[in-house]
Design a protein around this ligand. Structure first.
Ligand code: PFF
Length: 468
């Protein structure tokens, strides 16, 4: 293997790796998206299917990505090429790595804009906007609705918040793996967890915890639709940060001797626990205030502030709530920029600082597509057919519904069928029955499961349904 293409960075410990990967996994997906898609797709039954997806598809694919990154010790495209060559196959498999980095790049271009909303809301809550709006119950919902509407339709505001957030992300990545990423997650992750538990306890006291609990954990399969199953699988990918370059890059930095299986399970458990606690923090408030659990993307930014405004110490807890969301989004955003920056650093032989700045600025330029889409600017309203009618919708669709499932499919096939089985076995270092189980999941269960989602997301299932 050509040592020029190898990365020399390593996490300082197993703990640092788990924290950073958990930081990548826990994000807007857990706190913003999971509660509302759970609400839209039938509560407990959806949670159940989602857990199955994480267990049988998400964890094995995470293990596969980490093993590829670690074995190749390079950024994704090179890592896949090196591992493929080692197993006697074509280096063209590197497309899997490139697709991942591209997906991560596009995700960050819209993710950073939503992270910017969270930053804006820290200020709105902190400056007492929620309680001021609640002073007149007759107009409360309208005033809060306008607050959100004004933010997402104002180009200067969106630009300002996106730019500030992106600058902070670039700063962290320019400091490197240990000095930047590790330092950031060492402070932000414990803080995030404490805030989350604190808000859940507050919510249990002031909200309707019992209603939230039964909404989330009473399993009624009659509420589950086939679409709900597909949403659950797609979300398992997004929330575990799979097929976006991140887990391969993080695997390349993995020190020798760390169990890939154990750490993947730990990361998936931590990610899931956070999503469930987020539900238990949000739904008691939703039910106590008669808000709609299936309010969609506006649940966090439009419904909850109405409730916070009229709750005891609502401004204070509302501020903490949005700080928590900002931290969660930030630790995912730095992971996403790491994938692109490491790629530039290795491929173009750039310094870390230059790579971070160039990758960050280019993604920032792409984020203008989302900013102008949200603000309703005409040039961003392009009809991409089934992929949506503006740039933001198209990037979201392209990544979540096409690049991620396709990447996951290829990763599971690559690790299950293309890589030499003794290499995979040596890297996983598992007991025989455990290894067999993981290989069955990678060879059969994951690809078939993903094909099912993928078929739906590109409309094949609808087509079949219509023609039968
Ligand atoms: N897992 C993140 C979340 O749930 O918000 C989103 C994400 C981060 C997706 C990093 C992909 C990624 F590479």
């Amino acid at each position: 293997m050509n040592s020029d293409t190898h990365v020399s960075n390593r996490w300082s410990s197993r703990y640092a790796y788990v924290l950073a990967a958990t930081g990548a996994a826990v994000g807007l997906g857990n706190i913003w998206k999971f509660p509302y898609i759970m609400g839209e797709n039938g509560g407990g039954a959806f949670v159940f299917v989602y857990l199955l997806c994480v267990l049988f598809i998400g964890i094995p694919i995470m293990m596969a990505e980490v093993v590829i990154g670690k074995r190749g010790r390079s950024t994704p495209a090179n890592a896949v090429a090196l591992v493929a060559k080692e197993s006697g196959h074509s280096s063209h498999w590197s497309i899997i790595g490139s697709m991942g980095v591209l997906a991560g790049f596009l995700i960050l271009s819209f993710y950073i804009v939503i992270a910017g909303w969270a930053a804006a809301y820290v200020f709105y809550a902190g400056s007492g906007e929620f309680s001021a709006a609640a002073a007149d119950p007759a107009t409360n919902a309208e005033v809060i609705g306008n607050l959100f509407g004004d933010l997402v339709s104002s180009i200067p505001k969106l630009l300002a918040w996106t730019t500030i957030t992106m600058a902070a992300v670039i700063y962290v990545i320019s400091k490197g793996v240990k000095g930047g990423l590790e330092t950031a997650v060492t402070y932000l992750m414990p803080a995030l967890f404490i805030l989350l538990v604190g808000i859940m306890l507050y919510s249990a006291v002031v909200g309707d915890f019992a209603a939230a609990f039964s909404f989330m954990f009473d399993i009624d399969f009659s509420k589950l639709t086939i679409e709900g199953v597909l949403v659950a699988l797609g979300h398992a990918f997004f929330t575990l940060s799979l097929a976006s370059g991140v887990m391969m890059v993080y695997g390349a930095y993995l020190p020798e001797g760390v169990s890939i299986a154990k750490t993947s399970i730990m990361i998936a458990i931590a990610d899931t626990v956070v999503a469930l606690i987020a539900g238990l923090a949000i739904y008691p408030i939703v039910f106590a205030h008669g808000l709609e659990p299936s309010a969609g993307p506006g649940l966090l930014f439009q419904s909850l502030p109405i409730a916070f405004g009229s709750m005891p110490m609502g401004d204070f807890f509302g501020t903490l709530f949005f700080i928590m969301i900002l931290f969660a989004a930030f630790t995912s955003a730095i992971a996403l920029l790491e994938a692109s920056a490491a790629y530039l650093e290795e491929r173009q032989k750039l310094s870390r600082v230059k790579a971070a700045i160039i990758a960050g600025v280019v993604i920032w330029i792409f984020s203008l597509g989302t900013v102008f889409s949200l603000a309703g600017t005409e040039w961003a309203q392009i009809n991409f057919g089934f992929m949506g009618d503006n740039i933001f919708a198209m990037f979201d669709y392209l990544t979540t519904n096409i690049l991620m499932p396709l990447g996951g499919l290829l990763i599971s096939i690559f690790a299950g069928w293309v890589m030499k089985s003794d290499v995979v076995k040596k890297e996983f270092n598992l007991a025989q029955w455990q290894f067999t189980l993981v290989m069955v999941l990678l060879r059969y269960i994951a690809p078939l499961g993903i094909l099912f989602v993928f078929a739906n997301s590109v409309g094949i299932l609808d087509f079949i349904k219509q023609s039968t």
